[in-house]
Design a protein around this ligand. Structure first.
Ligand SMILES: [Zn+2]
Length: 370
C-alpha cells in the first residue's frame, strides 16, 4: 500500500462538511472493467476470496491515485443484487459471468409473470454469495487502510426493477401499477436486508451512496419516478437515518426536482454525483441553488475520458476546478464506472491534473500555462 488513505479520506469528509481541505479531492468509481485490466485477473478470480478481493482492490486504488478506497467488485445493489436474486430463486442460469467486464443478469427473465413476482424469494445477504465475500472484503479494506466502509450503495429501486422485470416494467407503469408496486416492495425488503447484512459483516456506514436510475426525463415522468423509486429512497433514508449522496449517471437527470422533493421529505442530501448535464455552467447555477450540497462530478467517462487526449482531460478538470472549486464542496469524480475503452493514460491524467490545479486556495493566476 503506497498511500495514506486515512488522510485522503479526511480530505473528502472535510469537503463534504463545507470546510476547505488542502486540495480538491478525487474519487474514482472503481468497477470490474478497470480492475481486471490493472490487476490482471478475471472477475471471478478477484472474487474468489475476501482476502484476494481486498488485496486487489488496494492494488487498483493505489494505481488510480484517488482519495477513496473502492472495492473492485462494485458493492452497489446493481449486478450482484441480480446475482443474489438469481441464486435465491434457483435460477443461476439467468446470470452471465464475464471474465474482464461487469457480469449481468439477463433482464426480465426472473419476473416474467405475475406468479413469478408473487413467488419471488428475497435473498439473505448474510448468506447468499457474492454478498458475504464482498462485505468481508470491505471489512478488510477498513482494517488495512482505515477507510472503505463508506461505500455503502443501495440502488432503490429501478435498477432491480429493470433486472427482474425488464422492459415490461415500462408498460406496467401504465397498465399494471399495482403489480409493479408489489415488485418494488420486494426490492425494498431485499435492499433493507442488504443494509443490515452490510452493517453486520462490513461495518456501519456514515451515509448511503444511492443510485437513482428512474430519475431520467427520457425514461419516466418525475411523478412516476417518485412513485416507483423516489418514495422508497425517502423511506430508506428515514428508516436508516443515513444522509444520502445521490448518484445518477443518466443523460437527462432530474437532479433538481429529486433533491427538492427529498428535502421536502426532510431527507438530508450531502452530495450529488453525475456527469450530465455536461455544461459546467449548469453546475455553476446548481451550486448557487444548493450551496450546501457537494458536487461530485466534472468528467464523463464517455467524453474526454474515453475519446479525448490526456490534454483534453486536463483542460476539462482545469475548467471544472476554476468554475466550481473555489468554495470547497467539489470532488472530482469521473462518472460513472470506467469501461474498457477508457485509456489508462487518460485515467492517470486525472490525478495529475487534480494535483496540478486543485490546491487550495484556488488561484488560476498562479497556474502553470502549459
Ligand atoms: Zn452509474
Amino acid at each position: 500500500m503506497a498511500r495514506n488513505y486515512k488522510a485522503c479520506w479526511e480530505r473528502v469528509v472535510t469537503t463534504m462538511m463545507g470546510v476547505t481541505p488542502d486540495r480538491v479531492p478525487l474519487i474514482f468509481l472503481t468497477s470490474e472493467d478497470v480492475a481486471a485490466r490493472v490487476a490482471g485477473l478475471t472477475i471471478r478470480e478477484m472474487m474468489s476470496s475476501p482476502e484476494i478481493l481486498a488485496e486487489k482492490s488496494i492494488m487498483v486504488n493505489d494505481f488510480l491515485g484517488g482519495d477513496g478506497m473502492a472495492l473492485v467488485a462494485n458493492p452497489y445493489c446493481g449486478p450482484f443484487e441480480g446475482l443474489a436474486f438469481a441464486k435465491a430463486n434457483g435460477r443461476n442460469d439467468v446470470f452471465v459471468w464475464k471474465d474482464y467486464t461487469t457480469p449481468f443478469i439477463r433482464e426480465g427473465l426472473l419476473c416474467q409473470s405475475e406468479k413469478e413476482i408473487e413467488a419471488l424469494e428475497i435473498p439473505d445477504h448474510n448468506i447468499i454469495e457474492p454478498w458475504p465475500t464482498l462485505f468481508r472484503a470491505i471489512a478488510i479494506l477498513q482494517e488495512k487502510t482505515g477507510i472503505g466502509v463508506d461505500q455503502f450503495s443501495p440502488s432503490l429501486t429501478w435498477s432491480s426493477v429493470q433486472m427482474l422485470r425488464g422492459s415490461q416494467a415500462y408498460l406496467d407503469v401504465r397498465q399494471n401499477p399495482d403489480l409493479l408496486m408489489k415488485l418494488c416492495e420486494k426490492i425494498y425488503a431485499s435492499q433493507w436486508n442488504y443494509y443490515q447484512a452490510y452493517c453486520r459483516l462490513a461495518g456501519q456506514p456514515n451515509f448511503a451512496f444511492q443510485c437513482s436510475y428512474a430519475f431520467n426525463q427520457h425514461m419516466l415522468s418525475f411523478e412516476d419516478a417518485w412513485k416507483f423509486e423516489g418514495q422508497f429512497i425517502a423511506r430508506f433514508a428515514k428508516e436508516s437515518g443515513l444522509p444520502l449522496i445521490i448518484h445518477n449517471c443518466g443523460f437527462k437527470p432530474y437532479h433538481i426536482e429529486l433533491i427538492e422533493r427529498l428535502q421536502k421529505e426532510q431527507v438530508q442530501v450531502l452530495g450529488v454525483n453525475g456527469s450530465h448535464p455536461l455544461d459546467i455552467d449548469w453546475w455553476v447555477e446548481f451550486r448557487k441553488k444548493f450551496p450546501e450540497i457537494t458536487i461530485m462530478g466534472g468528467l464523463h467517462v464517455s467524453a474526454e475520458m474515453e475519446n479525448g487526449t490526456e490534454k483534453d482531460v486536463e483542460n476539462r478538470i482545469k475548467e471544472v476546478i476554476q468554475k466550481l472549486g473555489s468554495d470547497s464542496r467539489l470532488i472530482i469524480t469521473p462518472t460513472c464506472c470506467m469501461p474498457w475503452r477508457v485509456p489508462l493514460s487518460n485515467i492517470k491524467a486525472v490525478a495529475e491534473a487534480v494535483t496540478k490545479y486543485g490546491k487550495y486556495p484556488i488561484d488560476p493566476k498562479s497556474w502553470p500555462t502549459s
